[in-house]
Design a protein around this ligand. Sequence first.
Ligand code: AN0
Ligand code: CP
Length: 314
Amino acid sequence: MTQFTAVSDITDPIKLADEALAIKAYPHAQGQLGQNKTMVLLFFNPSLRTRLSTQKAGINLGMSVISMNAAQGWQLEFEDRIIMNTDKAEHIREAAAVVSQYADIIGIRTFPSLTDKEKDYSDFILKRFIEFASVPVISLESAIRHPLQSLADLVTIKEQTAKARPKVVLSWAPHPRALPQAVSNSFIEWMQAADMDLVITHPEGYELEGSFVKDTPVIYDQSKAFEGADFIYTKNWSSYQQYGQILNQDANWTITPEKMALTNNGKFMHCLPVRRNVVVADGVLDGPNSLVIEQANNRTFAAQAVIARMLRHQ
Ligand code: AN0
Ligand code: CP
């Protein structure tokens, strides 16, 4: 595996999730695999979970890991044929090639502008980085996807149910800031690839990009969508159609114990960070059916499964 940026980079999402669960049982069993290897993690925007869990995954495999907050340095230029006489100090061509000298694997977290839809959805920054890096690249969340999160979510669902096709509902919820669609896009493509019984619910105007949604049912009535659900996966996203806009902050979409009572004793999932009593009521987040901390725990084993595959094929 030379890159991990989307579910399409692998052929066997269920098998990869099983590998992560096997690693969870014995996290230090492959402590020699990464010996004398270095992983560099570059963050162009903030992170708690991704940074620490990916670092821990590398450490469990015996790697050295260097994390860098790349947003604090100078700005990089990503465009070609440009006169670099403004604020951008270094071109991606040199930056990616240089980081590749220090790393056997590079992890990179990029971000969407939420203003330029076409550029964001071309995953421009991640693609440019991969183009000029000479070692395997792992996406630590890009403008439009968050594959390590989605793999951890699949691992969490698999370990919580014996059903082959549980009903999984992706529900929009309100948020005061304009957030990317990355987590939701990615969750959809991984649930489709794992053949889960996926339903999407959101207010009108929050339709996600069609190439992600495909034939997944979209139900605008949240209560109806929740009926019989085994898992409620909640996430806010800004509008795709009116790109990057917050169309409403309707508190009727907050996940409450009353809403969860409509499900099949459903489990509550969220990638975190989460705004209490905006996205989800305390009673759900602190209740026995909340999986959010286990999801965060599984981030380590998801990352470890991906890194182990890369190391085995280097
Ligand atoms: C992030 C987002 O929606 O992209 C979470 C990513 C894991 N949310 C916030 O920054 C609040
Ligand atoms: N869920 C997630 O990716 O969180 P961080 O932004 O803290 O990494």
